[in-house]
Ligand binder design. Sequence first.
Ligand code: SF4
Length: 499
Amino acid sequence: METTGDGRSKPRLRPINRHQMMLRPVEVERLVAEDHEVRAIWEFVGRLDLGSYYEEIEALEGEAGRAAWDPKLMVSLWVYAYSKGVSSGREISRLCETDPAYQWLTGMEAVNYHTLCDFRVAHQRALEELFTEILGLLSVEGLITLERVMQDGTKVKACASGDTFRREERIRAHLEKAREQVKQMGDPRVSEEVSPRVAKARERASREKRERLEKAVEELEKIRGAKTGEEDKEQAWVSMTDPEARIMKQGGGGGYGPSYNMQVSTDEANKVIVGVGVTQSGTDYGELEEAEERIEKNMGRSPLEMVVDGGFVSRGNILAMEKRKVGLIGPLEDGVAQSAGQMKRRGVEEAFRPDQFGYDAEQDTYWCPAGKPLRLEGKEKRMGKVNYQYRARVEDCQKCCHKMRCCPQNGSKGRAIVRGVDAPEVIAYLAKMKTEEAKAIYKLRGEVAEFPNAWLKEKIGLRQFRLRGLLKVGMEALWACLTYNIQQWVRLRWRPRLA
Ligand code: SF4
């Protein structure tokens, strides 16, 4: 008998045998507990009308060929995966073989990752209908009121890095090369001896590269069209990896990088997302009307009120929302900071800024700090505003001892001042925004709007899109948001039912 140093027998331990084969019975139904979230997702998806997905299935009863995967399973797999921060088809396929929740969903069947990836992006119309269908169910359950919707835009990184951006000359050179490569595919004089599978994969990769570069040239034209200066047009560049991504400023001090602008509309009552869209615009001004239209399309009616941050509020948007009979709450940033910057750039000292010029309404004239008049010169109509321009006589300014402090860059013209007069709707809006009620409503915005954004980024992992191109990232955003909505239902309806 073996003993230790103090004369005691050595401890007897269980051996580990990793070279044995085992067969174990598995009761699939008991792989997950009764209150496991995957059961809630399966139940919820089971209540949805997935008709559009079924319509697209080519395998039919009574005909030859392999049976298709049930869309109910595919939707549940993706929703459950997104809820756990998994957005890779390859990873889901792996989890279907190892993770009890995925195994419960599939009934222990393996699902090929190509099938999963194709399902995610192959059915745009069906996916949009799925999103609407989910909203319908949540509405029936009393989780959506549309009394107040908070609109917010958040930048999500594109699946491309900053150093994939090139100017026209380089892109065209790459495109020529890619076209040549596609042409040579299948030419026995040039092609290497490879298996048909490898040849097919190579052909697909070359074709996709060529298509991407053709898209890059197209996008470059679009960017050029939007620029005004000749130099800016020359300098236009685009990503060769994801040509539809745009360089945008990331929130939270994240710097600039290739991104998309994801617009999320959140119903205040239970923080359900009632609309989502992805755009290429780095600012939010142009996104409000479209967001309202999306909500109306999804829900069949408009929200009573939309609450937004200053990035959405323009005079044009105030008029547009008035026309749509949708209340708007949000600060109108009237450009004071911008004008201060402009004044500085023009070399105007503080003592000669516009607020130092007195306006005489009776004579419709401004008087400058040197006591000279600035008379009405013309007016310019803008959305929700008319700008009246007043100008001093050039002789007065040329002779003035303050010229270098007041208008140092003016050569042949006297100093000008602009008086903006808002449209009645804008005046009423500004008065509303001064009320305590409007201020209190605006204070609610941050918490409601930022909750889903934080959830989408932290829990679902949507800090960066996995897919490329506006259409596909739009679908990815839909998957993430519908997953979030189902999780809201699980939290607010399914879990309390179990308690
Ligand atoms: S530069 Fe012209 S506008 Fe300015 S203070 Fe002198 S006279 Fe007045």
